[in-house]
Design a protein around this ligand. Structure first.
Ligand SMILES: NC(=O)c1ccc[n+]([C@@H]2O[C@H](COP(=O)([O-])OP(=O)(O)OC[C@H]3O[C@@H](n4cnc5c(N)ncnc54)[C@H](OP(=O)(O)O)[C@@H]3O)[C@@H](O)[C@H]2O)c1
Length: 310
């Protein structure tokens, strides 16, 4: 896999990919590359205007591209259910589901309409519910479910009750909890697929450090860039990689024959960049007891149970 790039994506004709948070950043680069490789791609995002603009840009670059937009707000379990229902009504099996959408380090604690801390809800719980609801379309076809995580997962902790641990709200720690949950979820999905014969792959990936809107949409979301985020913004053009390069580990997990169920892939080079390779998991991501309690808590909180056809 040395030097793996978008040029190494195998032909994707006849395959359907659904990518969340696909109107910008890493999600956009992911759908752009999948569409270029011939996949039919659904951009599942919350902003209709940005969705229309993304579709137009992809079609302009690849006139034969088969791309469409589905409205999805991962911070709303109602929106997740409605999006999944539309995809299920369409009835097409899904070959690749990229759980990419994310927000980072909101300066102040916010809650979603369902009453959950917004980063945990958007980055993790919404994706858990979406994947569970789409299971009938993913089963039995070696579909790849790719959960986008982050090195910030090393800052996260899941308690015995399956809930984020560690006291009051801290912006980056809350992000870390959500990204650790995405890792635990990917690995547990693989275990449960193996045990239950679901016939799918749970894989995780992280983009390293990529220049996207994630700081503008998160820590600077109230118009002010504070402390270390200002330093990060200044260094990003020098040390951060492009969004396209950041998408490589995600595309590797989604398409490469070498990517394995239960694997975790990230940039292999210096400064959180470079070609994709297997990467280290935080210890808690491998812990089976944590996975069981997170799974139970997630089913209880979302009201969605894997495998019951919800
Ligand atoms: N950039 C990095 O260095 C980096 C590092 C580690 C991990 N990541 C992860 O990579 C993923 C993509 O981030 P990015 O860097 O590309 O950031 P980005 O440029 O801010 O893009 C995030 C995407 O997620 C969407 N999104 C946010 N909230 C949503 C919601 N409630 N429902 C549906 N979509 C929503 C955004 O849509 P709107 O445009 O409508 O807001 C946007 O399309 C995230 O999971 C992030 O945690 C990024």
């Amino acid at each position: 896999m040395t030097g793996w790039t978008q040029a190494d994506i195998p032909p994707q004709h006849g395959r359907l990919a659904v990518v969340t948070g696909a109107t910008g950043g890493i999600g956009y680069e992911t759908v752009f590359a999948l569409a270029r490789a011939g996949a039919e791609v659904v951009l599942a995002s919350r902003n209709d205007r940005k969705g229309a603009d993304a579709l137009q840009r992809i079609r302009a670059a690849h006139p034969g591209a088969s791309v469409s937009f589905e409205r999805l707000d991962l911070g709303s379990l109602r929106s997740v259910a409605a999006c999944a229902e539309r995809l299920r009504a369409a009835g097409r099996g899904i070959d690749v589901l990229v759980n990419n959408a994310g927000i980072m380090a909101l300066p102040h604690r916010q809650e979603t309409e369902d009453g959950f801390e917004r980063q945990f809800a958007t980055n993790y719980l919404g994706h858990f519910a979406l994947t569970a609801r789409l299971l009938p379309l993913l089963r039995g076809r070696k579909a790849r479910v790719v959960n986008v995580s982050s090195l910030a997962s090393w800052q996260g902790a899941i308690g015995r009750d399956g809930m984020p641990a560690g006291g009051g709200y801290a912006p980056m720690r809350a992000y870390g909890h959500s990204k650790l949950a995405m890792l635990v979820f990917a690995l547990e999905l693989q275990r449960r697929s193996d045990a239950g014969g679901w016939g799918l792959l749970g894989i995780a990936a992280h983009p390293g450090w990529a220049r996207t809107d994630i700081i503008a949409n998160g820590p600077a979301g109230d118009g002010r860039v504070r402390g270390l985020w200002r330093v990060a913004e200044l260094l990003a053009p020098v040390l951060g990689q492009s969004a396209s390069a950041g998408a490589r580990p995600i595309l590797f997990a989604a398409t490469a024959p070498d990517a394995a169920g239960g694997g975790y892939y990230g940039p292999s080079g210096m400064f959180l960049s470079g070609p994709p390779a297997p990467t280290r998991l935080p210890p808690q991501a491998r812990d089976a007891a944590t996975a069981a309690s997170l799974w139970d808590a997630s089913q209880r909180l979302t009201g969605v149970v894997f495998g019951d056809g919800a």
